[in-house]
Ligand binder design. Sequence first.
Ligand SMILES: [Zn+2]
Length: 416
Amino acid sequence: MKKTMNQKMELKKGLILAWILLWGYILTASPPIHQDLEIISTEKTEENVIKLAPLKLDRLMEWKNRLYFIISSEEKVLLQKYGITFSVERPASASAPENITHGININGAYHTYTELEQEIRDIENRFPSIIQVKDIGKSLESRSIYAVKISDNVSEDEDEAEVIFIGCHHAREWISVEVPFLFIKHLAEQYESNTSIKSLVDKSEIWIIPLLNPDGLEYSIYVYRYWRKNMRDNGDGSYGVDLNRNYDYMWGIDNVGSSSNTTSSVYRGTAPFSEPETQAVRDLFRDRNFQALVSYHSYSQIIIYPWGYTPEAPPDSTLHHQIVSKMSDLMWAVNGRTYSYGQAGQAMYLTNGDTTDWSYGIYGIPSLTIELPPIDLFHGGFFNAEEDIQSIFNENLPAMIYLIEWCISQHESGKT
Ligand SMILES: [Zn+2]
């Protein structure tokens, strides 16, 4: 009897030890959880801007002549060393989502990778004649990157206008998954009853990648809400490449629009298209004949077009301006929310190796980045309440339709 007790004790000790070893492994194998991050702000003076540029901090926003960043304790020391005065706004150690007050799951109404996969498969099963889900590549952690094709005679490659919408290059921008996803659902469910949707789908091939960075999204949901990059192990203890700095057009042309520092939130990777996620987009473009691209991000309520790598205007500046001003008007008309617009390198900040410079630079097609709501950090930053998802989609819908119609008219007039 006593021996059995001892054996049980030993077994229990063994289990505890195994548990500790397992967690030790998980914690050391996972990217570091940044518990010490803080949101800070500093005055936007010329002197500060110059001093801040080489630090490549994780920039959140600019508001009322102040710049907001997420910084680590090491970066805090650097700011002090460079004599940059700043105020700490609040800790950014949000491992659990903020502003998600409903729903059973941690991500509320927002989709995890698996939930999204399930829903797009369901839509495909319900509407097989117009919806096809295609696996266009695997992420670093072997999740599928899905592109959903929407068209009449969907299994055929017809001579029709082609448009692409991409969501979630950046993990923490959850709303950028929901808007393209809801567009898939809307087109599928409205096709039979809504004649203008039917005509749109019949005359075009609409491609939607709702979630380009599945590994990053999962990490943002389950581990660290502010994660931005993919999950590349950079081999030096740091993780992640900024997928929206990894495209092969003016890639790494300077260290302002992207960073060669692996720990940076805008780290561009070791080479253009070094990441399987951006390779999936590159390869899809090779096979298709797209006439326009939209890449969804958050936040800021702004529509921007190339160039991002330079403040100089692109050759098709007038055309881009016409398209985005029309889109902005259509978006405002729905809920009265203003989306400002302009050339990326002027209206936002310099970027290089981003999606739209590449799709415009290589393919010459109208290429837009839409920064979804909210407008700033004080209205939620990367966190949109669940009840806002539908209204954000609703106001984006007419602009999406307008862009597809524009592509159809170009195609029909033989310009593409
Ligand atoms: Zn983004």
